[in-house]
Design a protein around this ligand. Structure first.
Ligand code: F3S
Length: 755
């Protein structure tokens, strides 16, 4: 570390590393001989081996050293359980855990929080004790939403962080690359392994002009989503630049980066600028701002003449508010068109609920601007027509808007202030005003609006908009309302136009930190015991998987020859199974229950070749494991596409699987399988898939000579005893072969660290 400038006020061991970052960038500049974008500089500044790494956007896989890992409570459970099974004494990279996803909104802040603490006690106790043991910062329930806490405390210009949540990119508003990942990636970094990412392409978005009136930063990303669609950002980093960047707040930039997830972007980022300095100062991190300023022209800005793979331009002077939805965040309608579009589509006009806040839009600026509209309406004697809820993103925001009077304004308006947590954004909402199945409209300042996401009702038409627009809708109660042109009637029947919102980016009296909701890891961690009840149905300690026995696998059963698409949802379903994300045995009961068996075209119905009985996939897999019978799965194309959830790889390993043989894999799932000590293998001849019968047995031969780039031989034994052989290819490198031999990547880590 250079000059020993601390990254934040919370930890006394993490330092800014700009000198090293810049050295790495210089090495890459020298090698590539071309100007780099801001995003590229941040990425390449964190390369594990800048001298030798292949670097081609959209092609090479980069090995990176992130500065930190952030986990939310739903995904942290399995990540920490896996980390624990490696037997390492503490995490190798700064890590924090945030309790925000498990709190249900029912009646309002304090009561909802108390209920959640009781309901999830064992999960919270486990996370708190594991964090204390392994030197992880723990943010208790009530502290706020992961991305807001990261922005307020940990994010800094030039950083690379990963987080086990898809809206991690929120921190791009503070000039860093923040990328959402699956738990397995987090575990790698926690254990000290480099993190692998396909070198993203870079989409440049030039901002010109200046916003005014009802337009807000949210409208930039709502408009962009309409242009790119939900897939447009896949494999790309969105990099904003141009004179417009200097015209709005750091938290506004956070909102834009947050919702880059809705266009599928790897992440989004703004270059280091004055608003970031102001925000760092306001959150008591002037030392970071000062040090970043030293590196502004070298590391923390794009090289002149850098080129983007794709390019868009947005003129902020002509930007109008957008309302996106229903059911998808890229269905973008400018407010001037909403009347006709809503009517043409038959969307319910009455706005039942307006919800502001969440990780996307709960800054002090958002709150003051919404409050200004409410005050204006109140001066005409109006209150909320719709139900109105406010979700502060953090305890700090909540305490500050309580002190400064905005909470009182919301309450007088008829609003309910919910806990500092995800709540209705993730479906943690005990909605009572309508019945399930009732067609209705809600408008939120959140980021996602997929069917049923907020209230579990597929007939709810959810729209996303800026908090200012949501507030205006709550006053008018009608989706057709355009606050810029449509007049409201005051209490005496006189018409008036709402004033455009006004607010301040940062609290003039400074932030009020509120209640202390942080648990720092203790100095003496050796004596900390991690609490997991052996009778729990939600949490279960992991036992390290067994090492490879050094022998070829002879005549394994085929658990299932799957037909058609097998996504991670088919392999490990979500929904009600979410509850068991910290309990490998229980969640393994969903293994492959969505995959279609080629033998009978049914899901979750396979023949147990030993007993001759038809049963569920997990049951038969468990039977084979308990009787010492190795098994394989046979699949077709792109096995494991979808999410990066590591449960889809942990489950087959737990149930005794040895190899997964397909025509092809989705890359992340393939890597996840390798990490858990399984063999993901590909048919060299795709027609082998058709030749294999579900009652065949499969032997994988020559494993002793398992080597990178060298095919493996397999032998198929038919029910009548006939045999044929063919070849399987694989993508294992030497290090990954070590994972297979050790039984898992974590076992290998433990071996290497001498545990
Ligand atoms: Fe939570 Fe919704 Fe953000 S689930 S992390 S508030 S996207």
């Amino acid at each position: 570390p250079d000059s020993k400038v601390l990254q934040n006020l919370v930890e006394d061991f993490s330092y800014l590393n700009y000198k090293q970052n810049l050295e790495n960038v210089k090495i890459v500049q020298e090698r590539l001989k071309r100007p780099l974008t801001y995003a590229e500089k941040l990425l390449y500044g964190h390369l594990d081996k800048p001298h030798e790494q292949d670097i081609e956007r959209g092609v090479s896989y980069l090995k990176l050293r992130p500065d930190r890992v952030a986990c939310q409570d739903a995904t942290a459970q399995m990540a920490i359980l896996q980390f624990m099974s490696a037997g390492l004494p503490q995490v190798a990279t700064p890590v924090t855990v945030h309790c925000d996803h498990l709190i249900q909104a029912q009646v309002g802040g304090a009561a909802d929080l108390t209920r959640a603490i009781n309901l999830n006690k064992e999960v919270y106790d486990f996370l708190a004790s594991a964090c204390a043991k392994y030197n992880i910062g723990f943010w208790k329930p009530g502290s706020g939403i992961i991305h807001q806490i990261v922005l307020e405390n940990y994010a800094f210009p030039g950083a690379l962080i990963i987080g086990t949540d898809s809206h991690t990119p929120n921190a791009g508003g503070l000039g860093q690359l923040a990328i959402g990942v699956g738990g397995a990636d987090a575990v790698d970094v926690m254990s000290g392994l480099p993190w692998e990412l396909k070198a993203p392409k870079v989409m440049g978005v030039k901002l010109t002009g200046k916003m005014s009136g009802w337009a807000s930063p949210k409208d930039i990303i709502l408009k962009l989503a309409g242009i790119t669609t939900v897939k447009g950002g896949t494999g790309k980093i969105v990099e904003y630049y141009g004179p417009g960047v200097e015209t709005f707040s750091c938290t506004g930039m956070g909102t834009i980066c947050n919702m880059g997830a809705e266009i599928g972007a790897t992440t989004s980022v703004f270059p280091f600028n004055k608003s970031m300095v102001d925000y760092l100062d306001a959150t008591k991190r002037s030392q970071v701002a000062e040090f970043a300023s030293v590196y502004k022209d070298s590391f923390l800005s794009a090289d002149e003449g850098c080129e983007y793979d794709e390019h868009h331009e947005i003129d902020l002077s002509t930007l109008e508010p957008y309302v996106n939805g229903p059911f998808t965040p890229d269905l973008a309608t400018p407010i001037s068109k909403m009347k006709e579009v809503a009517a043409a589509n038959g969307w319910p006009f009455e706005v039942k609920v307006g919800l502001i806040g969440s990780c996307t839009n709960s800054s002090y600026e958002d709150m003051t601007r919404s409050a200004s509209i409410i005050k204006d309406a109140a001066s005409h004697g109006l209150k909320a027509k719709s139900i109105f809820t406010v979700t502060p993103g953090s305890e700090q925001v909540r305490a500050t808007i309580e002190r400064d009077g905005q909470i009182a304004t919301f309450k007088e308006f008829g609003g309910v202030v919910l806990a500092n947590a995800c709540g209705p954004c993730i479906g943690q909402w005990d909605r009572r005003d309508i019945k399930k199945g009732d067609k209705n409209t809600i408008v939120s300042s959140f980021n996602r609006n997929f069917t049923s996401r907020n209230d579990g009702n597929p007939a709810t038409h959810a729209f996303v908009a800026s908090p200012e627009m949501v507030t205006a809708y709550a006053i008018a109660g009608d989706l057709r309302f355009n606050p810029m042109t449509d007049k409201l009637k005051d209490k005496d029947g006189n018409e008036f136009l709402l004033q455009p919102p006004s607010g301040v980016g940062l609290p003039p009296k400074g932030y009020d930190a509120g209640e202390n909701t942080y648990q720092a890891p203790p100095v003496d961690r050796a004596s900390v015991e991690v609490v997991v009840s052996p009778t729990s149905d939600r949490l279960q300690l992991l036992t390290p998987f067994k090492k490879w026995d050094g022998k070829d696998a002879i005549e394994m059963q085929i658990l299932i020859k799957a037909k058609g698409k097998v996504t991670t949802d088919h392999i490990s379903m979500a929904g009600p199974w979410l509850k068991y994300r910290g309990h490998l045995q229980n969640i393994s009961n969903n293994y492959m229950i969505g995959a279609i068996n080629s033998e009978n075209d049914k899901a979750n119905c396979v023949l147990n070749r030993v007993t001759g009985e038809w049963a569920g996939v997990p049951e038969v897999a468990g039977y084979y494991r308990d009787h010492g019978i190795k098994w394989v799965v046979v699949g077709a194309e792109n096995m494991g596409e979808g999410s990066s959830r590591e449960h889809a790889a942990l489950e087959p390993r737990y149930l005794g699987g040895f190899a997964i043989i397909t025509k092809s894999f989705a890359r992340i799932h393939e890597t996840n399988l390798k990490k858990q000590g399984l063999l993901p293998l590909n048919f060299v001849k795709h027609e082998d898939y058709d030749m294999i019968q579900p009652d065949d047995k499969i032997s994988i031969l020559g494993l002793e000579g398992f080597a990178p780039g060298k095919n493996l031989t397999y032998e198929v034994t038919k029910a009548n005893g006939e045999k044929w052989t063919s070849e399987l290819s694989h993508t294992f490198n030497q290090e990954q072969i070590g994972w297979f031999k050790a039984g898992s990547a974590l076992n290998r880590m433990a071996e290497l660290s001498g545990k």
